[in-house]
Design a protein around this ligand. Structure first.
Ligand SMILES: Nc1nc2c(c(=O)[nH]1)N[C@H]1C(S)=C(S)[C@@H](COP(=O)(O)OP(=O)(O)OC[C@H]3O[C@@H](n4cnc5c(=O)[nH]c(N)nc54)[C@H](O)[C@@H]3O)O[C@H]1N2
Ligand SMILES: Nc1nc2c(c(=O)[nH]1)N[C@H]1C(S)=C(S)[C@@H](COP(=O)(O)OP(=O)(O)OC[C@H]3O[C@@H](n4cnc5c(=O)[nH]c(N)nc54)[C@H](O)[C@@H]3O)O[C@H]1N2
Ligand code: SF4
Ligand SMILES: [Mo]
Length: 906
């Protein structure tokens, strides 16, 4: 398994689709450090703030170490052996399949699984059981991109590569905040800009993100209106005769019907729909046509009820201008998860089949059945993610196996999802952590090995296949995902009288990969020339890579031939349709959701690293200053966000980064960190009719101020932060507002911020106190005036402050966090620490947000520097900020240029 006593192992970062190569150092069975792999073509040694912090996320105390099973709901789960756990599931699955048919069971898996894991799960469902009910969180992520590519280019293949950033003259970035979500690729854009200052960038995003703030042209369109914009851009190009007629005639079909559709899509019309200027639409169209133009796009296009149309109408622009199949040009869909691509390759979705085959194609089904050695694979499309949870809720799907995803946090419309999980007859959860939101619903928990502990491959956004390697052994009885699935397949085979051993004979991930390669023979993604040995020898490779090839293809469709029946690419005709929900009198605001720089999804991993909390210590809803003012709410106040499906209380952040009428809430804080369960209490589960991808970016809402005068703020250094967070999680919903998290520094701390309308019950305070080590046996200080509503306790350790808990009116005591985490000498402060005032004593001002995690530089220090006249280079040399991984450079630039603008205005 590659793990030895100490040494270094090359692997791939487990986070985003950039797919950076990492070098993992390990000693005595533990991962000790991570560095960028200089030889990896995705990152050439660079890592972002998340990749660099990987070793800090590997808490062992919450790891699932042994399978657990509960006999029935309401009973506690008990630890059992693998044999008992897997036989139990096999019994239940077989019973359900025999009584209610194969479609009564389902698998819900993940783009964070490795290709080998994915392959085995897909074969288990479609080959052994005979159901297409295997869908994944990629349905929430990439399925509109898949549908968009197939509708236009004929196959699900991003045609461009990272190197195209060095050749493009125009970057068209739509619905993607690369500065946060694909940081190392964004570093490459920064470099390209430095080398070629005339490189133009256009960003299409309703929000002024860090990515948008740096663009030459920011089109802050009304949410959901991309199709209108793209169609109008093509209208302009037609009117100004800037389309490439030669390319259209030689390599495409279906342009005439599109031309007819576009005749009404004038820039003036689109300006009204998108709420931007017609001149900006014209300018964008001209830059696009000049090219070479590379489009980079992500969830702002995909997560939409018109996601397929958004993707395909953007591809139209490339086809009409011949901006495809040559250096620096092409529609480049950025993949989110590290292996969303691998999942698509093995066909691990309810409507796909292995190696880009189609479930609806009888010949394809026959090919796959033959390759697998089974009689047939079922022809009926399986349940896609939202449908799957609806079916669980209705009882038509009875047993569900969830692996490597946390649907009780990440699926839209949580009320529905949680009801469905509660209703299901059997919920199996295969994860590495025991404390995630979905675990509460699990009848069986299976401990999975995770990053650093398992072998396999992943494919990144540019079709490049990299190895993932184990540096250490998995803890306890945790096992690799593919192994668990195979072991189960053997047992279920016995129960169903089918030959599981013959279908799943693998003894290593490498054997699974070899079989997967064979299924791609003759397909567009042919990788029959690849093996672990080839990757070992020649490094990560792009597909296709057929047998006998010396290397993979950097770019697709260079000859203008497409994998369609006619060999021509197809134009896609689609008109603009509004998002599923449009604002009403009751819910006049539009909510969008997305990512922050330093957190990953439901914080299942990044949430365990204290330093990754410092960039955004508390969940906030961003809204326009005027929208706050009309509601009489101040910046930083607590507000209630209400929608048709749920409510959420959190702090308001005033910023004109969002348009009037829009809200933004990050997706990261779920039920483990925030009362009310997170933003997906508010999102809608309506989905795109072609891709079945739900509309996670658009829901309606209203915001109102709330009066929660009884506040509780507790923080402290604890022996095991993970365990403390797990103890706080079940308490959160007892407050009207509560969020918990960590704070980094020399002495990382756990923090709980909470508030209620009425006095907080003493037994609840006592429960919180226990987590933070109160009542203190030594070093305690207390200031108690319950009649005045105050109760404040502190615990010192030598001259340091170890913990405080403040109960009362004031929440302005955040400066205490820094005393704790910096290990400040508080000997001189005494009872000042507990003074019920919001004022920090001299020298103890709060450091606030930390902008640069590498060099621990607060935003306030940067602001002071800028005030004193420092520019980016001077900030970097004096404060060191932005000189590590570079993840904060876009923010530094934004602050500098904001100051410049102010100076010019003044
Ligand atoms: N730091 C961090 N990085 C990540 C992840 C993470 O959790 N954290 N997750 C990874 C994964 S799985 C994914 S899928 C990617 C996602 O990467 P991105 O898609 O870049 O990230 P998001 O923030 O979800 O959404 C991008 C932008 O879409 C905008 N948007 C909303 N509605 C619309 C619209 O109608 N039109 C347009 N044009 N834009 C709109 C939002 O304002 C937002 O800025 O990130 C990957 N990288
Ligand atoms: N509101 C809103 N919601 C969204 C989105 C949004 O933009 N807005 N984005 C959507 C998108 S694009 C995505 S991709 C999803 C992501 O949402 P999820 O799929 O829920 O993502 P994670 O929180 O990363 O969950 C991954 C789980 O796998 C576990 N894990 C880690 N490694 C392994 C392993 O090797 N094996 C196993 N078995 N388990 C492992 C982790 O502990 C964690 O519980 O969220 C979606 N939800
Ligand atoms: S950009 Fe960051 S999160 Fe994405 S793969 Fe690279 S190091 Fe990991
Ligand atoms: Mo994603």
């Amino acid at each position: 398994m590659g793990a030895s006593d100490a040494g270094e192992v090359r692997s791939t970062c487990p986070y985003c689709g950039v797919g950076c190569g990492v070098r993992i150092s390990h000693a005595a069975g533990h991962i000790t450090a991570v560095a960028g792999d200089e030889t990896h073509p995705a990152n050439f040694g660079k890592l972002c703030s998340k990749g660099l912090a990987l070793p800090k996320t590997l808490s062992r105390s919450s790891r699932l170490l042994q399978p657990q099973v509960r006999a029935s709901r309401g009973e506690p789960r008990v630890p059992v052996s693998w044999d008992v756990a897997l036989d139990h599931i096999a019994d239940r699955f077989a019973g359900s399949i025999e009584r209610h048919g194969p479609d009564s069971v389902a698998f819900y898996i993940s783009g964070q699984l490795l290709t080998e894991d994915y392959y085995v799960f897909n074969k288990l469902a479609k080959g052994l059981i005979g159901t297409n009910n295997v869908d994944t969180n990629s349905r929430l992520c990439m399925s509109s991109a898949v549908a968009g590519y197939k509708a236009t280019l004929g196959a699900d293949a991003p045609p461009a590569c990272y190197e195209d950033l060095d050749h493009a003259a125009c970057l068209f970035i739509a619905g993607s905040n690369m500065a946060f979500a694909h940081p190392v690729l964004y570093r490459r854009i920064e470099e390209a800009r430095r080398k070629r200052p005339d490189l133009k960038t256009i960003v299409v995003d309703p929000r002024r993100t860090d990515t948008a703030a740096e663009a030459d042209l920011h089109l802050a369109i009304a949410p959901g209106t991309d199709v209108a914009l793209f169609n109008a851009m093509l209208h302009v190009l037609l009117a100004e005769k800037r389309v490439d007629r030669g390319y259209i005639e030689a390599h495409t079909e279906g342009f005439e019907p599109l031309e007819r559709e576009l005749s009404a899509c004038t820039p003036e019309w689109a300006a009204g729909v998108c709420e931007i200027s017609a001149d900006d639409i014209r300018l964008a169209a001209r830059w696009f046509a000049e090219g070479p133009t590379l489009s980079l796009y992500c969830q702002g296009l995909n997560q939409s009820t018109s996601g397929t149309d958004k993707n395909a109408t953007l591809v139209n622009l490339h086809l009409a201008t011949g901006q495809i199949g040559r250096p620096g040009a092409g529609p480049f869909s950025l993949t989110g998860q590290p292996n969303a691509m691998g999942g698509r390759e093995v066909g691990g979705m309810a409507n796909l089949l292995s190696a880009h085959r189609d479930l609806s194609n009888a010949a394809h089904r026959e090919e796959v059945a033959k390759l697998w050695g089974v009689k047939s694979v079922p022809d009926k499309r399986g349940k896609t993610a939202v449908e799957l949870f609806e079916a669980l809720n209705e009882g038509t799907v009875r047993c569900v196996w969830i692996a490597c995803t946390n649907p009780a946090q990440s699926m839209p419309d949580q009320a529905l999802v949680r009801a469905a999980l509660a209703r299901a007859e059997l919920v199996v959860l295969q994860d590495c952590y025991a404390d995630i939101e979905t675990a509460r619903f699990a009848d069986v928990l299976l401990p999975a090995a995770t990053w650093g502990e398992k072998e396999g491959t992943v494919t990144n956004s540019e079709r490049r296949i990299s190895r993932v390697r184990a540096a250490v052994a998995p803890p306890g009885e945790a096992r690799a995902d593919w192994e668990i699935a195979c072991d189960f397949a053997h047992r279920l085979g016995h129960q169903l009288g089918r030959d599981g051993e013959r279908l799943f004979p693998y003894t290593s991930a490498e054997e699974v990969f070899a079989e997967h390669c064979e299924t791609t023979r003759g397909r567009d993604l042919d990788i029959t020339g690849l093996s672990y040995a080839v990757i070992e020898e020649r490094g990560p490779q792009q597909w296709p890579f057929p047998e006998g090839a010396a290397e993979g293809l950097a770019r697709l469709y260079t000859e203008g031939r497409f994998p369609t029946a006619s060999g021509r690419a197809r134009f896609h005709v689609a008109g603009y349709t509004a998002p599923a929900e449009v604002p009403t009198e009751l819910f006049p605001l539009r909510l969008t959701t997305g990512r922050l720089r330093d957190q990953w999804h439901g914080m299942t991993r990044t949430g365990r690293a204290a330093s990754l909390h410092d960039h955004e210590p508390e969940p906030r809803v961003t809204m326009h200053p005027e929208d706050l003012a009309t509601r009489g709410v101040e910046d930083g106040a607590l507000v209630r966000v209400r929608g048709p499906r749920g409510t959420l209380t959190l702090r308001a952040r005033s910023s004109d980064e969002v348009r009037r009428g829009d809200l933004f809430i990050p997706m990261h804080w779920g039920g483990r960190f925030l009362a009310g369960g997170g933003v997906n209490a508010l999102t809608i589960s309506r989905y795109d009719p072609h891709s079945f991808q739900p509309e996670l970016k658009h829901a309606i809402a209203e915001v109102e101020g709330v009066v929660l005068p009884h506040a509780l703020l507790a923080m402290g250094v604890v022996a095991d932060p993970d365990r403390a967070l797990a103890a706080l999680a079940p308490l959160l919903d007892r407050f009207a507002y509560a969020s918990c998290g960590l704070a980094g520094g020399e002495y990382p701390a756990v923090i709980l911020r909470a508030a209620c309308a009425n006095a907080i019950p003493e037994h609840l305070v006592a429960q919180v106190d226990r987590v933070f080590g109160f009542p203190a046996t030594r070093g305690g200080l207390s200031y108690d005036d319950r009649s005045a509503g105050f109760s404040r306790v502190a615990r010192r350790l030598g001259t340091r402050l170890a913990a405080v808990r403040l109960l009362g009116e004031s929440t302005g005591s955040e400066w205490l966090v820094d005393l704790i985490t910096q290990g400040t000498n508080v000997a001189g402060l005494g009872y000042q620490l507990l003074a019920p005032s919001a004022v920090a004593p001299e020298g103890a001002a709060s450091r606030g947000r930390i902008l640069c995690t590498c060099h621990d530089v607060p935003e306030a220090r940067v602001a002071e520097g800028i005030e004193a006249g420092l520019d980016l280079a001077a900030l970097q040399s004096t404060l060191k900020c932005g000189t590590g991984c570079g993840s904060c450079v876009p923010a530094l630039k934004r602050l500098c240029s904001a100051r410049k603008r102010e100076a010019v205005a003044a």
